[in-house]
Design a protein around this ligand. Sequence first.
Ligand SMILES: Cc1cc2nc3c(=O)[nH]c(=O)nc-3n(C[C@H](O)[C@H](O)[C@H](O)COP(=O)(O)OP(=O)(O)OC[C@H]3O[C@@H](n4cnc5c(N)ncnc54)[C@H](O)[C@@H]3O)c2cc1C
Length: 467
Amino acid sequence: MKELNADVVVIGSGPGGYVAAIRAAQLKKNVVVVERDRLGGECLNYGCIPTKTMINTSKLYSKLGLSSKYGIKVGTFSLDMQRLREWKNEVVLRLVKGIEMLLTGYGAKIVYGTASIKDRKTVSVKGAGEDIEINTSSIIIATGTKPAALPNLQPDGRVVITSRDAMDLDRLPESMLVVGGGVIGLELACMYQNLGSKVCVVEIMDQLLPGNDPELVRVVQRKLESRGAEIFLSSSISSVNKGEKGATLSIKTPDGEKERSVEKVLLSIGRVPSLDGIDTASLGIKTDKKGFILTDDRMMTSVEGIYAIGDIRGPPLLAHKASKEGIVAAENVSGIESHADWKVIPDAVFTDPEIATAGLTEKKATELGYEVKKARFSFAALGRALASDEVDGFVKIVADAKSDTVLGVQIVGPEASNLIGEAALAIEMGARIDDIALTIHPHPTLPEALMEAAELAAGRPIHQLRL
Ligand SMILES: Cc1cc2nc3c(=O)[nH]c(=O)nc-3n(C[C@H](O)[C@H](O)[C@H](O)COP(=O)(O)OP(=O)(O)OC[C@H]3O[C@@H](n4cnc5c(N)ncnc54)[C@H](O)[C@@H]3O)c2cc1C
């Protein structure tokens, strides 16, 4: 057995772990990162980046079908799934190499293998080569999550697939039934619809993207349905019959039992903590009922010296949240007092159109006792949205009627994921409606929609009749 000494061992190299490792190494700590798979974690290798690369192609492909409308004559065109996979892999590899370069450049040591925590000062690693024992002052757990499964619906990588499998199909399925209309399920449903698959979504709750503002979700659902998707809400899978070329599923719906035959079934019913090798109970690390690790706002667990960051701390499961938590943990283990004291964690859903939110919804603000002022500006009234033929959706701004302080922004529409950054900054800085309304936004651009919504909230809209 080989022995190593470290100041900090980071277990997992996703957007939580690798960022923590870089920050701790910048602060002159002797850092070891242990990864059992690939640098970059779920986000870079199987999640955020591959999905967004393929979603980008899917939107382009769907737009190509409309090219004559925009004055472009294209001959026949078709999808090359093999090339799309290669392109996605090229993007991922480039970023993985970038992370490796940053980690080694800052002096962090990368060890490949599965880590287990022996005690609060010792991490053991079993890999392809010699077993390693690392003596360390601090441990940061950043092991993320894995897909949840249903007892009657286990992924087999062939007919019943996970989001990982969905990123690696060598042929476009003619039809796909998505079990679970949450973020991942819906992003992939929109993506496969844009690539040409017939899509069906089964969601157990009474709305898609449960927990999101129904006003926003309705826009996405309408677009999916207008292009032929079937959506079953308050529904569940009662049986699955797998065959050579796909599966036939019985769906329990409020209108009775329905049967659908599809080529692929995508299972996306949520994620559970990934804790292989980390026996939280025997280590004394407190978790919630679902097994997610509990920490204080410095990311320290109930055990002194052991920290946890990212998805392993539970929802919201977001890469940018994991990274910020990684910085907080790294600073604390390096002797700098650091806290998770952000006001908002913006959220983006890469459906078609996109949904992005920051801060409080109208409902939440009212529940918290605010007297709410709100305004909604439609992309249909915005020059740039029209020029891009992307007019579905709106920007909604929610403010405190007494102080005009912006409490929340919800966007459904083109580039919502890119637009929400301005809203997050505004809320973090305690901006008032006029701060956005009086800021000159370049024309014609999509961010003007936020300014227009703010002008409307301020009671002096220019591009909308005052009602
Ligand atoms: C399909 C999909 C799309 C997504 N899209 C987005 C998006 O667009 N935007 C967004 O913000 N979020 C997105 N997410 C969520 C995002 O991927 C996660 O929030 C993020 O990856 C969490 O980072 P993390 O560092 O906590 O964990 P992870 O990225 O899950 O990394 C954990 C790492 O730990 C390693 N590991 C686990 N156990 C051990 C062990 N015992 N020893 C050694 N290594 C171990 C794993 O191999 C893995 O590499 C998506 C997720 C999926 C599945």
